[in-house]
Every structure is written in structure tokens, then in C-alpha cells.
Design a protein around this ligand. Structure first.
Ligand SMILES: C[S@@+](CC[C@H](N)C(=O)[O-])C[C@H]1O[C@@H](n2cnc3c(N)ncnc32)[C@H](O)[C@@H]1O
Length: 323
């Protein structure tokens, strides 16, 4: 089956439609091909934070692939993860999905592999991250996901063009997390879902204390970090974790109510936050809309999860109103 990605795209300069060759119909903008990756970044307009972030991930691809990783092992690993399993379960088999800040494309690859008729697009600013994703896609002999190099502040896609918009672990690494949320969320269709993973300021408090201790003693303390204490992770994975969690050049934290408000400004309504996972396993199951106070209690619950392997990375799920 051949999918015309250009139908979902818009010129990042003037917002006009683009041709199947990814050329703007109105101005002289055109995307380039870089070994399987659609290149749309205008380097001159990337913010200094974006430059720092892409040079950081260029040196430490995250999350990495094991040499032995293939489509089946990635799928097994993904489906063993309750979040990814629940995510896959709410995405129809013919849905259009965009993963903004896809990194090495693991979530996008799993979702593409699970739904042959899905249109899955993985977008990232860091070329080296996408090259890892492309190497894996070739090795696994997969046609999708589409890999697009783009700054999330200049996404080459139409507004309201995707059924599902995912962005996990990205907005807090940008110069303006609130604006990043708005830019990402506007690509969801009426009735579609946004899944946004961010570092919660209170939820990440335990990790911030760990990081302060690491600064004082000069290195991360293995006994304090549930990821570094794991026997099943090799030295390279642990080194990447240390780089990402202890030495990242750009990191902000947000609050649950703040994230919810940004998404509401884009017309979305509350579905739930994760953790906890819904007992039904249905990530799209509605929960009561938290006001400021309840949001704060949810965050407190996250803070108390001291053995949390995600170090305060939490998710908010919201839905765009039907038109
Ligand atoms: C921690 S990784 C998250 C990877 C993936 N979402 C996951 O959950 O495994 C953060 C990614 O965000 C990307 N990123 C940061 N700023 C970006 C921007 N302005 N536009 C697009 N991608 C960006 C980085 O290049 C990096 O690959």
C-alpha cells in the first residue's frame, strides 16, 4: 500500500499545500531527501536551545538499539511495557499518527509494525537520532514509519491532520515548553487524541535530589538510582541514561495544571494522566477533570514513587472536541 504523506503536509514557510515531491505549491520551499529521511530543517531558524539539544543527542542517541534488536524483539519489548501496550490498543489500525521528538523512533516503529494500514510519522530535530531510526527500519525491512527531520516549532504538517499526536520526553528540552505544547497539539484532528509526556516538576523531585547529590559527590550514586541499579542494562545504556538524566544541556519542568491549561488553549479536553494506568487498560477512558488542588495531589503521588524508572516523566492524555 502506498500512502501519500504530502497530503498531510504544509509548507513550513507559508503553510501552502505541498506536492508529492514535497515541494511547496506557492513558494520556493522544498524538502530534501537524506538517505530515507525527509529533511525540512532551516538551520538558520533553529533556536540556540535546539542547537544544544541536537548536538547533545547527536553524541548520545537515546533510547539506543541493542545490536541484536530486530522487529520482533522490539515489538516484544514494546508490548511488555504497559504504557506502549495501552497506547497501541487505543490507536485504530488505519489511524494517522505523528510522534514529535521521536528520537530513535522506537515508539513510532512499534506502532507502525502493529498497524499495517496506519500512517505513522516520526519527527525529530536531531539527524543522528533519525539515522538510528532509519538504520533500524532498513534492518527490520519495514516501510514505515515515515521519518521527517523538523524543528517542532516549524512542523511541515497541516493543522488538524492526525488522529493521534504523541510527544514524549520532548517539550521540556525546548526553549519554550508551553509554546511547544501548543505547536504540537494543533495537529490533532477533531475527535483525535494527544498524548503528551513531560517532566513533572513535583514528580521529578526525587530525581532532582539524586542529581544534586551526584553534583556534590562528583558522580551519580548507583544505590539512589533505580535504573543504574538494574542488572539487565549494559554499560552503554547506563552511560546514555546518565547523560540524559544527569548532564542534559536543556531541561525544564512543568506542572500538571500548566500542561492541562496549554492543551485546553488548543481546544482539547481532559481524559486522564498516567500513571496510574487505568485498570481497564483503556488509556482513552475519561477521568474527572482535575482542578488545581487535585492536580497538585496527583503530582504529590508521582513524587512519592521513589523507585520510578522514568524519573518523573509522566503523561497527559487529552481529546480534541468533535467539530
Ligand atoms: C528524550 S528524547 C525522547 C525520544 C522519544 N520520544 C522517546 O520517548 O523515546 C527527546 C527527543 O526530542 C528531540 N527534540 C528536542 N527538541 C526538539 C525540537 N525543537 N524539535 C524536534 N525534536 C526535538 C531530541 O532531538 C530528542 O530526540
Amino acid at each position: 500500500m502506498s500512502i501519500d504523506l504530502s497530503a498531510l503536509m504544509a509548507c513550513p514557510r507559508c503553510a501552502a499545500d505541498v506536492t508529492p515531491e514535497f515541494k511547496c505549491k506557492d513558494c520556493d520551499w522544498q524538502a530534501a531527501w537524506r538517505g530515507g529521511i525527509i529533511e525540512t530543517v532551516d538551520e538558520q531558524s533553529v533556536h540556540v536551545c535546539g542547537s544544544k539539544v541536537k548536538s547533545f543527542y547527536g553524541k548520545s542517541p537515546f533510547p539506543g538499539y541493542a545490536d541484536s534488536e530486530d522487529a520482533i524483539s522490539l515489538l516484544d519489548k514494546g508490548l511488555a511495557n504497559p504504557f506502549i501496550r495501552a497506547l497501541d490498543a487505543i490507536i485504530p489500525h488505519n489511524a494517522s499518527v505523528i510522534d514529535v521528538g521521536t528520537g530513535t523512533g522506537q515508539i513510532a516503529s512499534i506502532l507502525a509494525f502493529r498497524g499495517e494500514k496506519r500512517t505513522v510519522v516520526g519527527v525529530d530535530l536531531t539527524l543522528e537520532q533519525l539515522q538510528e531510526a532509519e538504520r533500524f527500519r532498513e534492518k527490520a525491512a519495514m516501510q514505515h514509519p515515515f521519518l521527517v527531520r523538523s524543528d517542532l516549532f516549524a512542523l511541515p504538517f497541516k493543522s488538524a491532520s492526525f488522529d493521534v499526536v504523541i510527544s514524549r520526553g520532548v517539550v521540556h528540552h525546548t526553549q519554550d515548553p508551553e509554546e511547544a505544547i501548543r505547536r504540537i497539539a494543533r495537529h490533532v484532528k477533531p475527535g483525535g487524541i494527544v498524548i503528551l509526556g513531560y517532566y513533572d516538576g513535583i514528580g521529578r523531585l526525587t530525581h532532582r535530589i539524586r542529581r544534586a547529590v551526584a553534583k556534590i559527590v562528583g558522580h551519580p550514586v548507583v544505590a539512589l538510582d533505580p535504573v543504574l541499579g538494574r542488572d539487565d542494562l549494559d554499560a552503554e545504556k547506563k552511560a546514555n541514561w546518565i547523560a540524559d538524566q544527569y548532564n542534559h544541556p536543556v531541561e525544564h519542568q512543568m506542572g500538571l495544571f500548566q500542561v492541562k491549561r496549554c492543551l485546553e488553549e488548543t481546544g482539547l479536553t481532559w481524559v486522564r494522566s498516567v500513571p496510574p494506568f487505568p485498570e481497564s487498560g483503556n488509556l482513552a477512558e475519561n477521568t474527572p477533570d482535575p482542578g488545581r488542588l487535585r492536580a497538585w495531589f496527583i503530582q504529590l503521588g508521582w513524587m512519592l514513587r521513589v523507585t520510578d524508572q522514568d524519573a518523573g516523566l509522566v503523561c497527559v492524555v487529552m481529546r480534541q472536541a468533535e467539530s
